[in-house]
Design a protein around this ligand. Structure first.
Ligand code: 5GP
Ligand code: ZN
Length: 115
């Protein structure tokens, strides 16, 4: 655990979150500032700074992907679809440097990126 990391502190139970799904290796909780009717963050419980680091741990990466699919299913998003987003680095707009998949849906989401 990284004591300076917000999401490690959520995993440790030091900061409250609305948890919607948990496995031995992953945690999923609602985004504090939702950008759509459904906006859930899915994280590995172990600290990896971004998706590049996560990719070096294939087991954890697979677990995050499976948990993201389970959340999408549980939130009723698999019929109309949804978006799975890993913002990465400064151009990607990453603000929290503990890798997280955004599961976003519940309405048409518009263009993939701003032009
Ligand atoms: P990023 O920009 O790093 O991809 O996304 C970070 C996300 O974390 C943002 O959507 C932001 O609203 C969310 N967030 C920031 N602080 C907290 C928090 O304390 N609790 C929860 N649940 N979400 C947070
Ligand atoms: Zn962390």
């Amino acid at each position: 655990m990284d004591n300076d990391c917000l999401f490690c502190r959520i995993v440790a139970g030091e900061i409250p979150a609305t948890v919607v799904h948990e496995t031995p290796t992953t945690l999923a909780f609602r985004d504090i500032d939702p950008k759509a009717p459904v906006h859930v963050l899915v994280i590995p419980k172990t600290h990896h700074r971004d998706v590049v680091a996560l990719a070096a741990d294939p087991g954890a990466a697979a677990d995050v992907l499976a948990a993201s699919a389970a959340v999408a299913e549980a939130e009723g998003l698999t019929g109309d679809g949804f978006r799975l987003i890993f913002n990465t680095g400064s151009h990607g707009g990453q603000e929290v440097f503990h890798v997280h998949a955004h599961v976003v849906g519940g309405r048409p989401l518009g263009p993939m990126v701003a032009r």
